[in-house]
Write a protein that binds this ligand. Structure first.
Ligand code: NAI
Ligand code: 15L
Length: 274
């Protein structure tokens, strides 16, 4: 069994969602953590596999394909799936069946560590004047947020039942810049995201740990004391974007983007009434 108590590179890490916005970044930044990175997505992952890379197209909704994908890996960094609000039927296969397929394949292949890209939309209905920690009752703001909430429950179950450890990162907004007022609180730099994944991969005895993925921003909604054992120390701050963001027109005070931690997601849908 792989021991997660040293910073020595793992043999092989699987990264799902490798064609996505974060996947392209992680394709570079996860390199030091494994001898081989296996990159997977349903979409094309140009450029072709480089040294110490493997590329495998896979639909997360396909159980057999995911089973093959996971064979021979030591850890899974699971970033694939639908990443915004969509009708439930579009979320079901990639996110809900997908997370089940990932954990079942992990169990069958003896993989003992997963890093799960969860989301702030698991708690999106908290207001922006509240500060919550990982023990706060979940308040999903969308079918998408519900799928991430289910993913966290799946992680908890597979630890309790099978000892597969997971760090669920409730990512705030991980983009090159904080783009609006809400992101002054929710922004997570790519460097800090990479540090969170590193801590998630190499910290021993994480069980199922939930950590909020935010940088060292001045505006704070999330208290990470229940994940102190990860030793996450964010290095970046959204303050560098404040002047640019505050030059934007002020939204109405009842605009969901100004009221709720999940922003506009709380007002998406309903679908299928047309
Ligand atoms: P993205 O949408 O750019 O990337 C997601 C990738 O998953 C895409 O390349 C897509 O082709 C792939 N995918 C979709 N359906 C699939 C399927 N059935 N099988 C295999 N692959 C499939 O999203 P982004 O921003 O890179 O996010 C990556 C992960 O992080 C997602 O799980 C997202 O929910 C999560 N996240 C991202 C945040 C952010 O600020 N970027 C915030 C919170 C969570
Ligand atoms: C997410 O979960 C999404 O994947 C991302 O596209 C952003 O919308 C982010 O949350 C956010 O809340 O800013």
């Amino acid at each position: 069994m792989t021991e997660f108590n040293a910073q020595a590179p793992l043999n092989r890490i699987l990264l799902t969602g490798a064609a996505g916005g974060l996947g392209k970044v992680l394709r570079e930044s996860l390199r030091p953590f494994a001898k081989i990175l296996r990159l997977s997505d349903i979409a094309d992952m140009a450029p072709a596999a480089g040294p110490r890379e493997e590329i495998q197209i896979c639909d997360l909704a396909d159980k057999n394909a995911v089973h093959q994908l996971v064979e021979g890996v030591d850890a899974i960094v699971h970033f694939g799936g639908v990443s915004v609000e969509r009708p439930f039927e579009e979320i079901l296969g990639p996110n809900i069946c997908g997370i089940f397929h990932i954990y079942e394949a992990a169990r069958r292949h003896g993989v003992k560590r997963v890093i799960f890209a969860s989301s702030n939309h698991v708690i999106g209905f908290y207001r922006q004047d509240e500060v919550i920690d990982a023990s706060a009752m979940r308040r999903p703001d969308s079918y998408y947020g519900l799928s991430k909430s289910y993913g966290e429950d799946m992680a908890s179950f597979y630890f309790d039942r099978y000892g597969i450890e997971t760090v669920s990162i409730r990512i705030g907004s991980s983009f090159p810049e904080a783009q609006n007022r809400r992101m002054l609180a929710s922004w997570l730099s790519y460097g800090d995201l990479t540090q969170l994944i590193e801590r998630g991969l190499f910290t021993p005895n994480v069980g199922h740990t939930i950590v909020y993925g935010a940088s060292d921003n001045s505006t704070v909604w999330w208290d990470n004391r229940l994940a102190n054992h990860l030793g996450y120390q964010p290095k970046d701050s959204s303050e560098q974007f404040r002047a640019k963001v505050e030059a934007q027109p002020m939204p109405a005070s009842d605009d969901p983007a100004m009221v709720y931690q999940g922003g506009a997601f709380v007002a998406s849908g309903p679908f299928g009434d047309e």
